[in-house]
Ligand binder design. Structure first.
Ligand SMILES: Cc1cc2nc3c(=O)[nH]c(=O)nc-3n(C[C@H](O)[C@H](O)[C@H](O)COP(=O)(O)OP(=O)(O)OC[C@H]3O[C@@H](n4cnc5c(N)ncnc54)[C@H](O)[C@@H]3O)c2cc1C
Length: 382
C-alpha cells in the first residue's frame, strides 16, 4: 500500500542514505562481520553526510529538525540493504542515545558534546544492563558515590551496544543505593577516564559487526558536571525515553520482514523443484501471502506510532505494543522466508541467513516481549 507518512524530503534522505550504504557499507559488510566491529570512522563518514544528529540544533552542528521520520528512513534502509549488524550502531546513536543528550544536557554540556555527536567524532552508547540484572532495571547496583565535585563510580555493565566504539557512555548508576527507582541517576562516562575499562567484545549469535561489550568501572572519578539531568531521576529519564527506543526497534523489525519478503520472492521465482518454480507451490504462495499481509498491517500501525511520537503523543503502552508485535512478526517472517530458501537459506552468503541470526535479538533487547506484555497488561488494569 502507498504510505502517506513521508514527505519529499524524507524520500530525498532515503535515496542519499541508500546510495551511501551501497557505497560505504555494503561492500565491507562481510569483512566487518568477521572483525566483530565497524570502524569508528564509519560514524564520522555518516556524520559528514548528515546522517547523524538530524535532531540536534543547527547551532550545535546538527540538522535542526526533530522528526522521527528521518530516523525511520535510516532504519528502513539499513534493513533493506541487509546490513543490520553494521547499521545498528548508527540507529542506537541517533534514536536511542541522542534523545538523552537533547533532553537533559544543560547549556555547557550541549556545547561540549552535541557537535561531536553530530559529526560522529563522539560515538555514544547507553549502559543500563548489568551481569546480574536486565529486565528489573531498578535492581541495578553500579554505584556512584559523591566525593567533592566528582562521583566515584564502581561496578560493571554488560551487553552494551557500541561498547567498544563509544566515546560517551550514558551510564545508569545508583547514587542512593538505599532506594530502588528513586536512587538512580545518569552519568556520562567518557573514553579515557581512569578506571573505566572495556571488557570483551562479546561473541554473539548474530549482529556480528556490532560491538557489544562489557564495561568495568573501578573507582572512576566522574566530574559532577557529567551528571545528565537531576540526581535521583534516572529511572524517570529512562522511562521517558524508552518509547522512542522501542519504536526504533519496531520500525526496524517491520522493515526487516519486508526485506526478507523481497529477497524470498526473488528467490522462489528463480529456484525450481519438480520442474516448476518453488514459488508456484500453494504452500509458498500462502506463506508469502501471509507475510505480505502482516507486513502491510504492521506497517500501518508502525507509521501511526511514528506520527504519534512526532506529536509527543506516543504512550508507553503503544510503544510496547508496537515493539513486541513487530519484532515477533520479524522473527516469524524471517524464519519462514529462510525455510523457502531451502539449504541455501542456511548459507551466510544469502542475506536471509544473516537476517535470521540478526532478528533473534530484537524480541529481547530494548525490553523483552514478556516485559512489553506486562506493560500493556498493567495498563488494562490487570
Ligand atoms: C545484542 C544485545 C545488545 C544489547 N544492547 C544493550 C545496550 O546497548 N544497553 C543496555 O543497557 N542493554 C543492552 N542489552 C541488554 C538487553 O536489553 C537485556 O538483555 C534485556 O533487557 C533482557 O535482560 P536480561 O538479559 O537480563 O534478561 P532477564 O531479565 O534475566 O530475563 C530472562 C527471561 O525472563 C523473562 N522475564 C523477566 N522478568 C519477567 C517478568 N516480570 N515477567 C515475565 N517474564 C519475565 C524475560 O522476558 C526473559 O525471557 C543488549 C542485549 C543484547 C543481547
Amino acid at each position: 500500500m502507498e504510505r502517506s507518512i513521508f514527505e519529499p524530503e524524507h524520500e530525498e534522505l532515503r535515496a542519499s542514505f541508500r546510495a551511501w550504504l551501497d557505497k560505504e557499507v555494503v561492500p565491507h559488510a562481510v569483512e566487518w562481520e568477521r572483525a566483530g566491529i565497524v570502524p569508528h570512522a564509519l560514524f564520522t563518514e555518516a556524520g559528514r553526510h548528515g546522517f547523524l544528529g538530524m535532531a540536534i540544533p543547527e547551532e550545535h552542528g546538527g540538522g535542526g529538525t526533530v522528526d522521527f521520520r528521518y530516523n525511520q528512513v535510516i532504519a528502513e534502509e539499513i534493513q533493506a540493504a541487509g546490513v543490520f549488524g553494521a547499521g545498528v550502531g548508527i540507529t542506537l546513536h541517533n534514536d536511542i542515545c541522542l534523545p538523552y543528550f537533547l533532553t537533559y544536557c544543560n547549556e555547557e554540556q550541549a556545547r561540549r558534546w552535541l557537535p561531536g555527536i553530530a559529526s560522529g567524532e563522539l560515538v555514544t552508547a547507553i549502559a543500563m544492563t548489568e551481569p546480574g540484572i536486565g529486565s528489573d532495571l531498578a535492581g541495578m547496583s553500579t554505584s556512584a558515590v559523591r566525593d567533592g565535585d566528582s562521583y566515584v563510580v564502581n561496578g560493571s555493565k554488560t551487553f552494551i551496544t557500541n561498547g567498544i566504539n563509544a566515546d560517551l557512555v550514558i551510564t545508569a548508576v545508583k547514587t542512593d543505593p538505599s532506594q530502588k527507582h528513586k536512587g538512580m541517576s545518569l552519568l556520562v562516562l567518557e573514553r579515557g577516564m581512569e578506571g573505566f575499562e572495556r571488557g570483551r567484545n562479546l561473541e554473539k549469535l548474530g549482529l556480528h559487526s556490532q560491538d557489544t561489550a562489557e564495561l568495568f568501572f573501578n573507582d572512576v572519578h566522574v566530574p559532577a558536571e557529567n551528571l545528565l539531568g537531576t540526581e535521583g531521576e534516572g529511572f524517570i529519564q529512562l522511562v521517558h525515553n524508552l518509547p522512542q527506543e522501542r519504536l526504533s526497534i519496531a520500525v526496524g523489525g517491520v522493515a526487516a520482514a519486508r526485506a526478507a519478503l523481497g529477497w524470498t520472492l526473488d528467490y522462489v521465482k528463480e529456484r525450481t523443484a519438480f520442474g516448476q518454480p518453488v514459488g508456484s507451490f500453494q504452500n509458498s504462495r500462502f506463506v508469502l501471502a501471509e507475510i505480505a499481509t502482516e507486513v502491510e498491517v504492521g506497517q500501518a500501525f508502525a507509521d501511526q506510532c511514528v506520527t504519534a511520537l512526532n506529536k509527543e503523543e506516543l504512550s508507553a503502552e503503544e510503544a510496547a505494543m508496537c515493539k513486541w508485535w513487530m519484532t515477533e512478526m520479524q522473527k516469524r517472517a524471517v524464519d519462514r522466508c529462510l525455510q523457502l530458501h531451502g539449504g541455501y537459506g542456511y548459507m551466510m552468503e544469502y542475506p536471509i541467513a544473516r537476517a535470521y541470526a540478526d532478528a533473534r535479538i530484537t524480541t529481547i533487547y530494548g525490553g523483552t516481549t514478556e516485559i512489553m506484555k506486562e506493560i500493556i497488561g498493567r495498563s488494562l488494569g490487570l
